[in-house]
Ligand binder design. Sequence first.
Ligand code: GSH
Length: 213
Amino acid sequence: MKIYGRTTSFNVQKVLWLLDELHLEYQHIELGGRFGGLESDEFKRLNPMGKVPVLIDGKHVIWESHTILRYLAAQYGQSKWFPECAYARSLYERWLDWSQTIFQPAFMGTFWGYYRMPADKRNMAEVNRHLDTCINCLQTINSQLAHSKYLAGNNLSLADIVVGAVIYRLTSQGLTVDLPQYVRDWYHELKKRPGYIKWVMSDFSELKAREDY
Ligand SMILES: N[C@@H](CCC(=O)N[C@@H](CS)C(=O)NCC(=O)O)C(=O)O
């Protein structure tokens, strides 16, 4: 198996973290960002969107981070990661879609507007608007975690992978973000997992004030 994408991409991190949770063997190829390579014809044949992550598993090529996560869970995760019952799967699937459409765009608004923006060009009113949305999202996550250890029940699932990957960046970019009680406890658990430590809690300082990729 091959996974293409720079470690500083949190979409790539989600996949690398899951690969480790599943104890799969893979080759990681840094691509995109300062490594370049996304514009080549060869890469565009793999992913016409010209983005990372891309997973190659035998003759299968898969792109879009959440699709890759779903593929890995279904193909290699057995019932722990991919329950047979469609309703049981919907319990984590909803968080993937919610994160992709609501939480992540708000986080990206803070990350691109604050961390990746040179200080003299920042529009802090806009950053704070996105931050307020993130804080509302954290309350939503907190309400869920008041009832279960992890987002979709008592075990780690894809829901925790996608939301957990955002939390580290959101709280490590220099903006003040107070995590609500249950989110804090859950985050404390994530920070004990080797895959989270290795891939998600990694240095992303090369992205500071970087607007170009
Ligand atoms: N929705 C896509 C987003 C892919 C995406 O935008 N990837 C970024 C990195 S997070 C990228 O390839 N940027 C260009 C680069 O790194 O050079 C996914 O979840 O996979």
